[in-house]
Every structure is written in structure tokens, then in C-alpha cells.
Design a protein around this ligand. Structure first.
Ligand SMILES: [Zn+2]
Length: 485
């Protein structure tokens, strides 16, 4: 089934771009040949010769064609050559108990999307962890960063690396087809005498009309989603969906969650039955040797324990789903270095309608996808700023809803100028949304959108330096993050 779907999709993806090129070629031919040369420059008997118009119309068409071609080529190159797939992992033994490698890409950050155990989301097809906003696509069989949709028109998956070019391509295609539609409609309405010319005009007119409406619809819909910082996938049930986030606890809570007798975690790590450890199965885990605290994992499998209870936080119990402490285990072949500092994360469930990646205003969200300056908005050259994953805080910048989540979870004190929460229950109602928007506006000046942490949260430079060191130790080196150009 999947194979058949793959075959059909790949076949469509190869044929449709050719088909599209033929349509553009035909429209170009009709504008230059049957309209400009055969009708305006060499008019039929009894009609005046219109040289200026016969030259201006095809030249204007050409000027509109250039950005369409440029964005299309850029889009195809990105979609076919570097669409933002996550790497495929080695096939896993289903009986393996320890998590697959690569977790440090997540727990060295301060927040990441997770499952109920506090692990990042796992893709069983790609055998790898999925960064935030990544989705698996059946058509190509790969996970794509910030995947939007599979697009047969461009022959592949549109994701964070291609979305800007996709929207630009649609916008410029609308300008071109709209222009073609207007020009041909004018001359068809004028009533050309020559019937064989008019047939060609009408065919091109129909195609231009179809594409003009098609592309303006896609452009407007895409821009609307860009303004809200959602992908097509996230937009489904955007106002009722919830998700789980692992959020680094502030330092004053880091030690406390490790107190008491933890239930042995289900995924407690015994050094057996793992393919990667065959031949070394008698050896204890490094973490058991050099850091006793590493036996404390998946504390969320116990009864959830909010850090502190407060009647001002009516949603706290609903949000608080437990904690998880990383690293879960240390590879046994690592160099003999001190174990990294354990990092305990709260597992928080967002309230319905929250979008933690919404940066708080349409303009900020637009700039995250399209860049800071108008030439970035118009030219298909630079990648979106959201392709930059070098932040040590999260894979994508977090916005005011994230801050609100921390406040509601009791991890951050509510700023004085925030209204108490009681006035805005329940989240799903219209008045609550409006109220949230008002609050969001007030918080815009606080530097949130630059990935800074809220007041009272963990933000010392020293912690960042230690984390960088740990990251380097875990990997041997920082990998080249060349996604952002
Ligand atoms: Zn996948």
C-alpha cells in the first residue's frame, strides 16, 4: 500500500512539473505569437497596427515570468536536493530497552516536544527522534523539519527550507496568470476577427483563469498560516489540539524532584538485549558507575507532583504531567570524562488552542518565515530564519503562549501587570482568546521572541557555558549546522 502510494506520488511528482512547464510555455507562446506578433504587430485586414502595445505586452509578460521561473527553480532545487529531511537511523531491535542514540540533541536544550514519558517523539519509519514540528510523510517515506505538505506541483515535501519559496512561487504565479488573464480577457472581449487566433486566446485564457484563482487561494491561505506560525498540519485542530513539552525546571527545583524513592522506571536500562552492545552485555552502564542520580528516570510514571500548588493556577494539575531527568544513560564507549550535570524537565501539556511557537504578532511570525528585510521577502535566495537551529533554548523560537504555559504550571511567577487567571477560564471560549490576545500584546516588549527566557527562569551565562561544554563532550564536537545560509 505504502509502496504503491510512494510510486504514484513519485511518478506524479516527476510528471507534474513537466506538465506545468508546458503550460507556461504555451501561455508564453500565445502572448508572443497569436496575440502580439500575429494580431497586434501584423494585424489582419482592416485592423490598425499597434506596435507599442505589441511590444509592451510580451515584455511585461517576460518581466513577470522571470520571478516565477526563479522561485520555481529555487523551490525545485530545495525540494529535490535538501528538503530538510531528518537523517535515517539504524533499524532498532524492538526488544531494546534503552532509548536510541541522539537524545542529547534534545535534553541539552531547555524545551522540546515530547511524549508522555518525556522522551522526544520517535519516528518508527525513520528510526530516529523527531525534532519539534517534524512530521513523517508517507509519500516520500521521510520525516521533514516543520513539514507543511506534500506538493505534487513541485514534486516533493514542502517544509521549513522550502516554504518561503513555495509561497513566493505561488504569489508570482498569481501575478503572471492574473496578468495573462486580464490581457487575454480584454482582447477576447474586444472581439478579434480571426477565429483561429481566438481559439488559442481562449485556451490560454482558461488556463490563466484557473491558475490565477488557484494560486491566489494558496497564497492567501499560506500567508494566513504564516501570520499565525502554524503549518498546514498544525493548522488541523489548531484551536483544540494539545501537545506535550519537556521544559527544563528552574535551578531551585532541579534537585528536589530527584528526592525520595523513585519507582524503577519501565525503561530502566539493563545492559542486555541491545544490538549496539552485543559482546559487552556484562558491563554495567557508565551512568550506573559514575553518577548515582542517573538511576532516577521517568518519574512521571508516578503520581504527578506539581512543584507547588496555588489556587491562582486553576490549570496547574491539568498542565503538569510529571518530570523526566536526562541523561537517561551514557554510552559505554564515551571517553572517561565526568558525567554531564543531570537535567530535570517538567512534562507539560499545553492548554487547547495554545501555540507555543506563535511569536505574538503576525509581523514577527512573518519575519520568522520570510526574513527581516523586504528583499528577503521578495527574492528566493536566503532561507527562512526559522531554519536556524543553533539556539540552545529550543529548536524553534518560543512565544508568549509558552510563557503563559510556564506561568500556569507554576514554574514562573506571574508578572505584576498580568491579570489574574480567573478572568479568562475556559481557554476554548472566544472571550478567553480575545483576552489572551490582549495580554499577549502587553508582553511583546519583553524580549520573548528572541528566545530569551522569562523572568525568574534559568538564564545565567555560566549555565550556558557548562551546557556548551557538555554538548561538546557528548558529541566529540559540535556538528555543522549549516541549514541556515
Ligand atoms: Zn519519519
Amino acid at each position: 500500500m505504502t509502496a504503491a502510494r510512494n510510486a504514484v506520488s513519485v511518478w506524479t511528482a516527476r510528471v507534474v512539473p513537466v506538465f506545468l512547464a508546458l503550460i507556461v510555455a504555451y501561455a508564453s507562446y500565445v502572448i508572443t505569437g497569436p496575440l502580439a506578433i500575429q494580431f497586434l504587430l501584423n494585424p489582419p485586414e482592416g485592423l490598425p497596427k499597434r506596435t507599442a502595445l505589441g511590444l509592451a505586452l510580451p515584455i511585461a509578460y517576460l518581466f513577470l515570468l522571470i520571478p516565477v521561473a526563479a522561485t520555481w527553480v529555487r523551490l525545485l532545487v530545495v525540494v529535490w536536493r535538501e528538503p530538510g529531511y531528518i537523517p535515517l537511523g539504524a533499524p532498532r531491535d524492538p526488544a531494546a530497552q534503552e532509548p536510541a542514540p541522539g537524545l542529547e540533541d534534545f535534553w541539552l536544550l531547555d524545551a522540546f516536544a515530547c511524549d508522555a514519558r518525556g522522551l522526544p517523539i520517535w519516528c518508527p519509519h525513520c528510526n530516529n527522534w523527531k525534532p519539534d514540528r517534524t512530521h513523517h510523510n508517507q509519500d516520500v517515506g521521510r520525516c521533514t523539519l516543520k513539514m507543511d505538505h506534500f506538493c505534487p506541483w513541485v514534486g516533493g515535501v514542502v517544509g521549513e527550507r522550502s516554504y518561503k519559496f513555495f509561497v513566493q512561487f505561488n504569489f508570482y504565479s498569481f501575478l503572471l496568470s492574473g496578468y495573462t488573464l486580464a490581457v487575454l480577457a480584454y482582447f477576447v472581449a474586444q472581439g478579434g476577427e480571426s477565429n483561429d487566433l481566438k481559439v488559442q486566446w481562449l485556451i490560454a485564457l482558461g488556463l490563466a483563469g484557473f491558475f490565477a484563482f488557484f494560486t491566489i487561494g494558496i497564497t492567501l491561505n499560506s500567508i494566513w498560516m504564516v501570520f499565525r506560525n502554524v503549518t498546514s498540519i498544525e493548522n488541523i485542530d489548531a484551536f483544540s489540539r494539545t501537545m506535550l513539552l519537556a521544559v527544563l525546571l528552574p535551578p531551585e527545583l532541579q534537585g528536589k524532584t530527584l528526592e525520595g524513592p523513585p519507582t524503577p522506571p519501565q525503561a530502566h536500562l539493563r545492559p542486555d538485549s541491545s544490538p549496539s552492545r552485543s559482546g559487552e552485555s556484562e558491563m554495567p552502564l557508565t551512568s550506573d558507575l559514575d553518577d548515582p542520580s542517573h538511576s532516577t528516570y521517568f518519574s512521571n510514571l508516578q503520581t504527578p507532583r506539581p512543584p507547588r500548588r496555588s489556587s491562582n493556577l486553576p490549570f496547574q494539575e491539568r498542565i503538569w504531567r510529571g518530570t523526566v531527568t536526562y541523561p537517561l544513560y551514557l554510552p559505554i564507549d564515551r571517553p572517561p570524562l565526568p558525567a554531564p550535570q543531570p537535567r530535570t524537565f517538567a512534562i507539560l501539556e499545553t492548554l487547547p488552542g495554545m501555540n507555543v511557537w506563535d511569536l505574538g504578532s503576525a509581523y514577527r511570525n512573518f519575519k520568522a518565515a520570510f526574513g527581516d528585510s523586504p528583499h528577503d521577502w521578495l527574492l528566493p535566495i536566503r532561507h527562512s530564519p526559522c531554519c536556524d537551529h543553533t539556539s540552545l533554548i529550543s529548536q524553534y523560537p518560543l512565544g508568549p503562549d509558552f510563557e503563559e504555559l510556564l506561568i500556569e504550571a507554576g514554574l514562573v511567577a506571574r508578572p505584576k501587570h498580568f491579570h489574574p487567571r480567573e478572568d479568562v477560564v475556559p481557554h476554548d471560549s472566544k472571550s478567553a482568546t480575545a483576552s489572551r490576545k490582549r495580554r499577549r500584546k502587553r508582553r511583546l516588549d519583553d524580549g520573548w521572541q528572541n528566545g530569551e527566557r522569562p523572568d525568574g527562569w534559568f538564564s545565567e551565562k555560566e549555565a550556558r557555558r557548562v551546557r556548551n561544554d557538555a554538548r561538546r563532550r557528548m558529541r566529540g564536537d559540535l556538528p555543522g549546522r549549516d541549514a541556515y545560509q
